[in-house]
Design a protein around this ligand. Structure first.
Ligand code: GLC
Length: 419
């Protein structure tokens, strides 16, 4: 069974491979996505480490001069996706979007090089490029020096349609958005996708940033949406720490020191987002200064960073208490806004499971991590390699033959410490 799962996962990664980058799935997502690629490399490392490094290198070949790494690279023309390159209009040689995504590259590169030391020399330039991205985050997304960075568009979180964004999103207007045709609802069930009003707001923000010529140092203050997502920050912290270790090995102590300093300040500031009542971290609405009382998986994903062990233990207990048949639901099932089938408002994503399990196991919560991994593999055995899953029934949802789902399965099955 394990062998069959493994070959099925490898087959998906190969089918979605476009040579130097991998598409998340055919149809719905025909380009390269930022955090998908970094996590995909973790799967590829089990059968072709050199190809895994190429995946990350291709992403960073499209880094902007300011340091930002875009969330989508439009390598090839495809009219099946909206908003496409013309809407973003970022003026890049190969078109890209103008916003970013969770910075998991530092973590992914370290994990890849740990198992493929022969690639170290080739990976040197990436250490410099990833540091530039981390530096960009703190310079442009934390202008007041709070230690934590904000996202300025829900899509940056990677948890596109989470309940977390509902309140701050009300501040984003819908008037004046140019007419458009959605493509996502042609590939997936509209009942599982964002509403029309939400989509108008997504596009309003894109038009606002485009109107400012994509000068990334101006966008944060110009955005009516500025949210500090604890999961996003945890990913950045973990990547800074992992990259610091790599930089040290490369003899780049200044880069190591820079990454470590960013992580230390952020870790200290993260404490302000802890909610004892919810047993997890919460998002902060930077415009109002209020915590957003929305118990999503973003505040559980925070375990990916070296948070205090009492908080990791509490997060493990919170996940147990959610009591869904499969774990980890992207929103607490008893909380307002939960929807077992709608995008990021309840369903399970294996990439989130992977990062939570990894963090919990490092924090000494091995049993909690094992329960998440077992549940993830049960989902695959019952429902195949879907984009996401209903946490109550395990029903597969969204795209099929999904790349990063397959990559996570390889990690769950083959990673050294996983039995
Ligand atoms: C959706 C997800 C995002 C992912 C992308 C491609 O937009 O919300 O996290 O990167 O699909 O898989």
């Amino acid at each position: 069974m394990t062998d069959a799962l493994q070959s099925a996962a490898i087959k998906i990664l190969k089918t979605n491979d476009r040579g130097s980058y991998t598409v998340p799935t055919k149809g719905l997502y025909p380009f390269q996505w930022n955090w998908d690629s970094c996590l995909t490399a973790l799967g590829q490392r089990h059968f072709d480490p050199a190809r895994a490094l190429t995946e990350i290198e291709t992403l960073f070949a499209h880094q902007w001069p300011c340091g930002m790494v875009p969330h989508i690279i439009f390598h090839a023309r495809d009219d099946g996706y909206f908003p496409g390159p013309d809407v973003w209009d970022c003026g890049r040689p190969v078109p890209t979007s103008g916003i970013t995504q969770p910075p998991v590259a530092g973590f992914a590169l370290k994990r890849l090089l740990d198992s493929a030391p022969e690639l170290r020399t080739q990976a040197g330039p990436l250490v410099v490029k990833i540091t530039a991205w981390h530096r960009w985050f703190h310079a442009t997304r934390d202008p007041q020096g709070s230690g934590l960075v904000a996202i300025i568009h829900p899509w940056e979180s990677g948890r596109d349609n989470s309940v977390d964004w509902d309140i701050p999103f009300e501040r984003v207007p819908t008037a004046g958005v140019a007419p458009y045709t959605r493509r996502d609802t042609q590939h997936a069930d509209p009942a599982h996708r964002p509403t029309k009003e939400q989509y108008d707001r997504y596009i309003w923000l894109v038009e606002r940033f485009r109107g400012l010529g994509w000068q990334t140092d101006r966008l944060h203050d110009a955005s009516p949406f500025q949210v500090v997502d604890p999961g996003f920050n945890a990913i950045l912290i973990r990547s800074c720490l992992d990259l610091a270790e790599l930089a040290e090995d490369f003899g780049e102590s200044a880069l190591a020191q820079e990454n470590r300093a960013l992580a230390d300040t952020a870790l200290a500031a993260l404490d302000t987002l802890w909610s004892e009542a919810r047993g997890q971290y919460l998002c902060l609405d930077r415009i109002t200064g209020a915590l957003i009382d929305s118990p999503s998986s973003g505040g559980l994903l925070t375990a990916f960073a070296p948070i205090p062990s009492k908080h990791a233990a509490r997060i493990a207990a919170t996940i147990d208490a959610r009591g869904t048949r499969f774990r980890v639901a992207s929103h607490a099932p008893d909380a307002a806004g939960f929807d077992a089938k709608r995008y990021w408002r309840g369903p399970i994503w294996l990439v989130v499971n992977y990062m939570i399990a990894d963090g919990l196991s490092r924090a000494g919560e091995a049993d909690a991590a094992a329960r998440i991994i077992r549940s993830s593999l049960d989902l695959i055995r019952n429902s195949g390699f879907a984009e996401y899953y209903d946490p109550l029934t395990g029903e597969p949802l969204g795209g099929t033959q999904f790349t990063w789902t397959a990559a996570m399965v390889l990690e769950f099955l083959l990673r050294e410490h996983v039995a």
